[in-house]
Design a protein around this ligand. Structure first.
Ligand SMILES: Nc1ncnc2c1ncn2[C@@H]1O[C@H](COP(=O)(O)OP(=O)(O)OP(=O)(O)O)[C@@H](O)[C@H]1O
Ligand SMILES: [Mg+2]
Length: 248
């Protein structure tokens, strides 16, 4: 589905080179929920950016559904991204002059025949808990609310793959587990996830876990020693919501 072979990214800092991602090999299989954690500056966002076709690797190959995206034109990469990949950025930007609802619907402009629709946008906004802010402008939202708009936007076209860079970073624990429940449900319906988190409590949500350390990535065998969930996944979510999403 997404395959990275010997993926490396070197940034030049003044006179020295920083190897942000160092010879990473990763094969994401359809239906997986891959979690990546690691210290600040260990290369997680750079890796996700390369997997999503946003950052060119210095060396190595990235294939999305068998297509080497290094060999594609910018227009073709954009098309692959619009159809195949939802991306939740670590620092999400929104168009300030349009509402939450319109921001969520924005990716539909780039994939006109896609599954995105007004009713799906409304349902996703409900699922991320922002129904009462659908008509609000981004500058009036808290950072956690903006993050949830970014999650809904990344899901609008029902992408086969969701790449999410600390999607729950600004959220309180209840909202975090609600978002993780939404992700888990979408994952059980077949959506593939590659997600970066700082929160080790989320490890049980993953089907495969990696740790990054100074650009190197290593798989962590399950179960992770010493890691337990501090809280059961929330059960107070609206159970009809799953049915509603299936119907969209
Ligand atoms: N565009 C860039 N130009 C130069 N250096 C960069 C660039 N992007 C990232 N880096 C450097 O690459 C390294 C990895 O950065 P990255 O953002 O991938 O880390 P991260 O693991 O996502 O950190 P965090 O947990 O703080 O988000 C850091 O040393 C960073 O300074
Ligand atoms: Mg980062």
């Amino acid at each position: 589905m997404i395959e990275g072979i010997g993926v490396t990214k070197v940034f030049r800092h003044g006179r020295s080179d920083v190897v942000a991602v160092d010879d990473v090999h990763l094969n994401v299989i359809p239906g997986e929920f891959v979690l990546i954690y690691g210290r600040s500056g260990s290369g997680k966002s750079t890796l996700l950016g390369m997997l999503g076709g946003l950052i060119n690797p210095t060396s190595g190959v990235i294939r999305v559904n068998g297509l080497d995206i290094g060999n594609l034109s910018d227009a073709m990469i954009s098309e692959v991204r619009a159809k195949e990949i939802g991306f939740v950025f670590q620092f999400s930007g929104h168009i300030p002059t349009v509402t939450v609802l319109e921001n969520v619907m924005l990716p539909m402009l780039f994939y006109r025949d896609g599954p995105g629709s007004l009713s799906r946008a409304v349902e996703l906004i409900r699922r991320v808990g922002l129904s009462d802010r659908a008509d609000a402008y981004p500058c009036t939202l808290s950072s956690g609310e903006m993050k949830r708009v970014a999650i809904a936007r990344a899901l609008i076209n029902s992408p086969p793959i969701l790449i999410a860079d600390e999607p729950t970073g600004d959220l309180d624990i209840d909202t975090e587990y609600e978002i993780m429940q939404l992700f888990q449900q979408l994952n059980s319906e077949g959506m593939t996830f590659v997600m970066v988190t700082h929160n080790l409590d989320l490890v049980p949500f993953g089907t495969r876990t990696y740790r990054m350390d100074r650009g190197k990535m290593m798989e962590i065998p399950r179960p992770l020693p010493g890691v337990t969930m501090t809280k059961e996944p929330n059960t107070h979510l609206d159970h009809d919501a799953g049915t509603a999403m299936n119907e969209l």
